[in-house]
Design a protein around this ligand. Sequence first.
Ligand code: ZN
Length: 311
Amino acid sequence: MELESSFPSPILLDNCVYSLGEGTLIPFWNVVWLNVGRLSDLFPVLFLNSSAKDGTVFSMGKWTGTRWEWGSFGLDASDVILMQDISDLRNLIANITPNSSVRDSLEWGKGEDSGYTTKSGYINLCSMQEIPTVVDNVRNSLSVNWKALVPFRIKAFGWRCLIDRLPLKIPLIRRGVSVEPCCVLCCGGDEDASHLFLYCSFSKQIWREISSWLGITVTLEGPVQEGLLSWVRECRKEGVGKNSASGIWLTIVWCIWRHRNDIVFNGASPILTDLVWYIKLKLWKWLSVGNISLTKCNFYDFCKNPVGNLG
Ligand SMILES: [Zn+2]
């Protein structure tokens, strides 16, 4: 289908793929024109800060002779908070160039060679009945992530974890990288986000230690997004605020990730007690920012009564 100035109904767009031509009709941020998804979902902080939210792909760069150069995406490149994401975005699209001799187009069926029919449209709409649960969990977990009481870089890590963009072994193998799939913490399972952060026998012990310290009963189930949401629900039952609860979850997951990297890159060994103390120390430090009662509490008192001091 050739793209003119109007677009198909949004409800049908989910089953369409944009094919980049000259780029003048494809919105840069808000539709899927790369096989990794919408750029507004992958880089929400950049999208929120961009002064060119409605810009087309073509408007985000310029031709210099025969060479295409990406521009600033409506962003302030000197903003230190945005620098890393801008660099990631530039790397992601570095080899993509509009083709000025081809018009932008839209294909139905995600690359299937079938074309649009009333029947395929109807089947697509029916299949969407099952989508909201998955989509809602991802969207809700991302919203909870950005409000957590942890430093921005930990929220940025959480975002990558929740959209499955961490360089874990199973996702790397799917991309054709040759690595051993086994988890370095337990050597008993394949390393994807759910295993490493929730179901690994080593990580399970961490969750058990921290939840028992907090007086919270937690059931580990589902993927990481559901893990975050159910953790926040359980914490709130015990009187822990939503943003503190999500801050605790992100701190635990980030500390497991850091410990895993220490093993992979520095030859360290998995040591449960050290990691539990490290998590408690980080929680005391990070959650006290914006929590007046915790700023008055020393680390010893926090360890004795964490939930009482979280307020
Ligand atoms: Zn494991």
